[in-house]
Write a protein that binds this ligand. Sequence first.
Ligand SMILES: Nc1ncnc2c1ncn2[C@@H]1O[C@H](COP(=O)(O)OP(=O)(O)OP(=O)(O)O)[C@@H](O)[C@H]1O
Ligand SMILES: [Mg+2]
Length: 244
Amino acid sequence: MTILVSVSGLSKTFTLHTQGGTEIDVFDSISLDVRAGECVCLHGPSGAGKSTLLRSLYANYKPDAGRIAVQHDGESIDLVSAEPWEVVDMRRRTIGYVSQFLRVIPRVSTLDIVAEPAIVNGVPSEAAYATGRTLLSRLRIPERLWSLAPATFSGGEQQRVNIARGFMVRYPVLLLDEPTASLDAANRQTVVELINEAKSRGAAIVGIFHDEEVREAVADRLFEVGQSLVRKPRRSTAAREAAA
Ligand SMILES: Nc1ncnc2c1ncn2[C@@H]1O[C@H](COP(=O)(O)OP(=O)(O)OP(=O)(O)O)[C@@H](O)[C@H]1O
Ligand SMILES: [Mg+2]
């Protein structure tokens, strides 16, 4: 199958400037290919760098080295060196991302939040709202909530609105950060079905799933993300002399 995402030599270090320049080497020289129709599950202990890798695949974080080649419009584009306008275009049409938490926009209704990704892609509003309603029903969000802004919704309701939004567009690449973390069994099952439907239409999926049952139902393979390394800053000679 076609490789839709090809990560090579990817490294990321965070420097905590407000904490004496402490450095956290999150990952070093990661390589990973994700093919159309497969779901790769990022695996590893808490703090290993799973979310950091996923955010890098959405260009939320800029890696220090390496490439993230993504198939976009039949071309391979490196997300690490892409221009900001290219990143925006890739996020609109090619790469979907379901974050752990919904970013609530005050006064915007649930249905508008869900339908928006399709509308910005030029889908007529009738069709976009119809798909939005179907997704909200499948995820068991009661119809009486659809016209309300989700600011006051429960954690699990907000997460389901976020999932509905993430599945509005048939993105070729889909990134999922613990989409089932606060869901009940029935809704977890719906999310498993949505993921498997996306796989069968050829989406390349990278996800983090803490729930073992969900992982087993969707993941084709696990990708181990190692333990991050925290380093004290390397002080310059001048700084050492000043401290002496
Ligand atoms: N924006 C940031 N600035 C500085 N350090 C960060 C930042 N984001 C993450 N880190 C650090 O990078 C490391 C990896 O964090 P990350 O959130 O990627 O872990 P994770 O594997 O997703 O963990 P969990 O399973 O708990 O969600 C942690 O040590 C964390 O403190
Ligand atoms: Mg995480």
